[in-house]
Ligand binder design. Sequence first.
Ligand code: ARG
Ligand code: ASP
Length: 716
Amino acid sequence: MKKLFLLFFLLPALLAAQGGMWLPMHLEKQNEKDMKALGFKLDADDLYAPNRPSVKDAICQFSGGCTGAMVSSQGLLLTNHHCGFDAIQTHSTLEHNYVEEGFWAKTQSEELPSPGETAMFISRMEDVTALALQNVTESMNERDRQSQIDKNLAQIRVSTKKEKWEEILIRPFYNGNQYFLFVTVTYTDVRLVGAPPSSIGKFGADTDNWVWPRHTGDFSMFRVYANKDNLPADYSPDNKPLNPKHFLPVSISGVKEGDFTMIYGFPGRTDEYLPAIAVQQTGEVLNPAKVNIRDRALKIMDAFMRKDPGVKIAYIARYASIANAWKKWLGEMQGLKTYKALDKKRDYEAEFTRRVQQNPGWKFKYGNLLPRLEQTYKEMEPYAHARDNYLEIFVRNSELLGMVASLNSWIKSYEEGGVSAFSGKLKDAKSRLDGFYKDYRPEVDQAVFAALVELYAQHVKEDWGAGFVKSEATNRGGYDKLAAYIFQNSILADRNKWEALVAGDPKNLGEALKNDPAVVFWRGASNPYQAGVVPKLQELQSTANLLQRQYMAAQLEVFKEKRFFPDANSTLRLTYGKVRGYSPKDAVIYDFRTYLDGVMEKYIPGDYEFDVPQKLIDLWKTKDYGRYATSDGRLPVCFLGSNHTTGGNSGSPALDARGNLIGLNFDRVWEGTMSDLNYDPAICRNIMVDSRYILFIIDKYAGATRLIEEMKVVKK
Ligand code: ARG
Ligand code: ASP
C-alpha cells in the first residue's frame, strides 16, 4: 500500500517535464524532445551552437547580476528598469531627473556612457569534468581535494585555446560533481539609451514587488559599443555600436495561454537539492531571523522617509534593495509551509532510502548519507543562525557597521604595519567613503543601529559577541544612548570629521580610526563571533558540502529515470514552460495577463508607488495603442509563465517557440518565491513584461521611433 502510494505520488513528479535551469550545450541530449512536445519549433542547436551564430549570441550577463538581450544589429540591449537603475540614477540631476521623468537619447551621440555597466557574452562552453577532477581521489579530505582541483583548473586555463579578448570561467556544477568551462567576451563601453519614468518602469514599487497581478513596465535600454574591429574596448568616442553575432526579433504577435515559452539568461543561485532538514532550517529558523531584523530596519527607514522628502530620495534605492530580499524570504517561508515542501522532500527522501536499501552496492555507498546530512545540518543550526544575525546586523543593515566591516582589514594594516602599509590603500578608502556619504543620513542609521544591535544582544549567544553588546549598552545607559555615543564620536559617522582627518597626516588618521568608537564596538562584537562561530561553521559547512556532493551523485545514480538540472550558479541557462495563470488557493484563480486598464485601476495620483504619468493616462483614454493592442483592443502589460527562474534572470528575454522576443522576465509570483528551494510547477510562475507594452512605451509614449525602426519587429 505504502509503496503504491509512493509510486503514485512520485511518478508525476518524476516524469513531469517541468522546472529546471538547463545547460545550453546539453539541450539536445536532455531537453529537445520534451521541448518539441511542448511546442518548440526550432532545434536545440539553434539555441546553442559553439561554432556558428545561435540565439545564445544575443544573450549577455548584464553588469554581473542581471541578464540582457541584443535586439538590433547595432548592439541595442534590452534589460530591466531595475537592472539599469544605477545607471539611470547616476545620470540624474535635479534639472534632469531621469529616474522621475525617464530618458530617451534622440541620437547615438546622446547615449550616455555608463562606466561600471558591462555585457558579458558566452563564446562557447565545454565539459571539463575529467580534467578538473584528475588525480582527485575518494580518500582525499576536502582541503586536499580542493587544492588538487585548483591546480587542475589552473592547468585547464592555460591550455584552453582562446582569443586575446576572451576570458575563461570555470564553475562547479551538480555540487562539484561536474565542471564546465565558459569562454566569455566582456564589453565595457555600455551606454544608456532609454528608460521610462519610474512611474512606469517601477510602477507598484515595493508594494507590488513579488506579487501578481502586476503592472510594471520594468525595462530599460542600453547600447553596447566596440572598437573598430567589433571587439571589447573601454569607452572611447571613436567606438562603434557592437554588431552582435545574433540579435532577437521582437514579436508583436501576442501570446495566449498554453503557448510555449523559454527564458534564456543567467540565473544566480538555487538550492533545489537540500535535504528536508536544511529546507526546514531555512524556513523556520534562518529566514525568520533575517526577516525580523529587516522588519525593524525597514520600519525605521520608512518613518524617516515619510517625514522628510530629502531622506526619501537618499534612501529609496537602499530601501528597495533591503525590502526586496526581506519580502522574498517572507514569501519563501509562507510558500514552503502552504505547499508542503517538507512533506514533499521527506517523501522523496523516503523513496531514495527505499531504493538504496534494496541495492547492496548503493546501501554501502549511500546508506548513511541522509542521516549524516541530518546530523550535520542540525549541528550547524546555532552557528548558521548566529552567522545570519551577524551578517544582517554587523555587515548589511547598519551602514556605519557595514562601513567598518569593509575598512577593518585596512585599519588593521595600520596597526600592524604603520603608515606605510596603510597609505597605499588610502585612495581606495577615500573613494569608498565618498560614495558612502553621498546618500548617508546619520540620524537614520543611528536609529537603525540602536534597534539592530539590541536584537543581536537578544538573539545571539553571549559568548558570540552578544555579551559584549549587552555590557556596552548597560555601561552607556541603554541602546539609544549607546548609539548616540557612537554616532556622536565616530569620525566615520561624520563626513566633516572624516574629511578633515583624511586631508591631514595619515598617522593621525590611523590613530583616530584605531580608537574610533564605531571600530572599537564593531571589533568588540566581531572578535568573539569570529572566534566562536566562524571556524566551527566552516568545518561543518565543509562537511555539508562533501555530503551534498555525494547526495547529488547518489540521486543521479539512484533516480536514473529522472532528469536533473544543476543548481543555478550565475551561468547561462535555458528554462522553458508555457504561458500560464495559476490558482494559489481554493476558488482563487489568477489570469495569465494584465492590461493597461489595470494600471489605471491601481492609479493613485501623487503616490510614490502608484502615480501614473499624464501622457499614459491620455493614451489610455484615447485607446491609442496602434499595432500593440490585443485583438479586442486592449493594451497588454505583463504576463505569466511556468518558467523556472531566479534572481539574475531579471532582464532575461522571454522567447517564443521560434526564438522571437515576446517579453522580458523581471519577477516571480508571491506564492512561488519558494522556487529556489522547492520548485512547484502548480504554483511557481515567472512574471514578464509583454514586448508589446515595451514597444508601445518606446513608440507611442516616448516617441523614440528611431529605436523601433532599428529593431526587427515581427508579426505572424
Ligand atoms: N523582485 C524582483 C527581483 O528580485 C524585482 C526587484 C526590483 N523591484 C523592486 N521593487 N525592488 O529582482
Ligand atoms: N527579480 C529577480 C532579478 O532581479 C528575478 C527573480 O528573482 O525572479 O533577477
